[in-house]
Design a protein around this ligand. Structure first.
Ligand SMILES: *Cc1c(COP(=O)(O)O)cnc(C)c1O
Length: 428
């Protein structure tokens, strides 16, 4: 497939059969000549992005793109947000790193802000979503084994969930494709279908420690958990003394129109995990827990060299302060409604589009077939978005996205999907 730099013609030339696009190894290095010195574990698009500002990205040829994927829910404040940049720059002049063996006032401040907005009581800082989920799994096990003196360790998770790529978190993940070739997997995980009450009840046993879930399965295809099933889960947690762990790595930090997605459901989890949008692009993660879990992480029980160091926490604090000042969760709720309305209105004429769903600015467009070629056609038309599973387009604009930017993105989506439909017709 060839991708021309402009016009919807590129979409029409895409193969409607949704074949996998595997750029040549050399393309990954951006040279097109020498073989890449990188492992080929990412299937990379043939774009090298070199500059970002707000909702916009520029490639190495000077083309400008409207970013509707935000580094997969990371750059929630847009690219290079001014106040975060300032705070990070000041911190660069002061102090980059000291060990967690010392007092870290900025880390305390970041924890105060996160606990205030989540309703949880204590924070542990790390560097990624997987590491936050590892901490949650370890905290749950240690709470039962050290604090309660019970032999509980098992975590129940759900099919199609995504919790990370470390051995424990890929085992927790309810998708076989992330587990292939990585046997043996650690013990202590069970996965049941989402919204299957009987399977969930049957999975709970004397060794069960916790239930872990995403309020909206993001990687799994943008599926929100129903309030009824959440009720079932919280009921079972109470009945069996289980901890409830909510993975807010993608749904947290205002993305769904609340600070954290579980707040839409009026529930009080024991543990939540956060990463992606927590520091506007600086790598950071956090695990937040209720006060009674504190003693499970006694001194020396867990740690991370880079977790919550001055650079990271300056970016976290600045991100949270900006979110407070500009009431970004509310803005995400408002703009999410507008985005969904526009998509429903404008795309309803397209037979390839089956459903628009999501929460806040985490939006999925379910299509009648594979959408991989549409992602490429979008890029050719200067709009960046990604997929969530084979048939779902995933839109994750930053939380400052404007009405004009939404209009432009919806128009481009309409153009590329209709061109694709027309091409599919011709091919039949
Ligand atoms: C991205 C993601 C993770 C993994 O985060 P990393 O920072 O890549 O380790 C875990 N859970 C969810 C829900 C995610 O979306």
């Amino acid at each position: 497939m060839t991708i021309t730099p402009s016009g919807v013609q590129a979409a029409a030339s895409a193969q409607p059969q949704g074949k996998e696009v595997q750029p040549a190894a050399g393309a990954a290095a951006g040279t097109g000549e020498a073989p890449s010195a990188l492992f080929p574990n990412y299937s990379r698009y043939p774009l090298a992005l070199v500059k970002g500002h707000g909702s916009w990205l520029w490639d190495d040829k000077g083309n400008r793109y409207l970013d509707f994927m935000s580094g997969i829910a990371v750059t929630n404040l847009g690219h290079a947000p001014e106040k975060v940049k300032e705070k990070l720059k000041n911190q660069l002049d002061q102090l980059w790193h000291v060990s967690n063996l010392y007092q870290l006032p900025l880390q305390e401040q970041a924890a105060q802000l996160l606990t205030k907005h989540s309703g949880l009581d204590a924070a542990f800082f790390c560097n990624s979503g997987a590491e936050a989920n590892e901490a949650a799994i370890k905290l749950a096990r240690r709470y039962f084994q050290k604090v309660k003196g019970e032999e509980r360790y098992e975590i129940i998770t759900f099919k199609q969930s995504f919790h990370g790529r470390t051995l424990a978190t890929l085992t927790a993940t309810g998708q076989d494709k992330v587990k292939e070739g990585f046997l043996p997997l650690p013990e202590g995980f069970k996965t049941v279908p989402l919204h299957d009450e009987e399977a969930l009840k049957a999975a709970i046993g004397p060794n069960t420690a916790a239930i872990m879930l995403e309020m909206v399965q993001a990687e799994g295809g943008i599926y929100a958990v129903t309030p009824e099933f959440v009720q079932t889960i919280t009921g079972l947690c109470q009945e069996h003394g289980l901890l409830l762990i909510i993975d807010e790595v993608q749904t947290g930090m205002g993305r769904t129109g609340r600070w954290f997605a579980h707040q839409h459901y009026g529930i009080q989890p024991d543990i939540i995990t956060v990463a992606k949008g927590i520091a506007s692009g600086f790598p950071a993660g956090a695990m937040l827990g209720k006060a009674y879990l504190r003693e499970a992480f006694s001194a020396g029980s867990h740690g991370s060299t880079f977790g919550g160091t001055p650079l990271a926490t300056s970016a976290i604090v600045a991100t949270l302060e900006v979110m407070e000042e500009d009431r970004l969760p509310d803005r995400a709720a408002e703009m999410g409604i507008y985005l969904k309305e526009q998509l429903e209105q404008k795309l309803s004429r397209l037979s390839f589009v089956k459903e628009v769903r999501g929460l806040g600015l985490l939006v999925g467009i379910e299509c009648a077939g594979p959408v991989g070629d549409l992602v490429l056609a979008g890029q050719a038309n200067k709009l960046l978005f990604i997929t969530a599973g084979p048939n779902v387009i995933r839109l994750l604009p930053n939380l400052y996205v404007t009405h004009e930017e939404v209009d432009q993105a919806v128009e481009t989506l309409y153009n590329v999907i209709s061109a694709y439909e027309a091409q599919s017709q011709e091919d039949v």
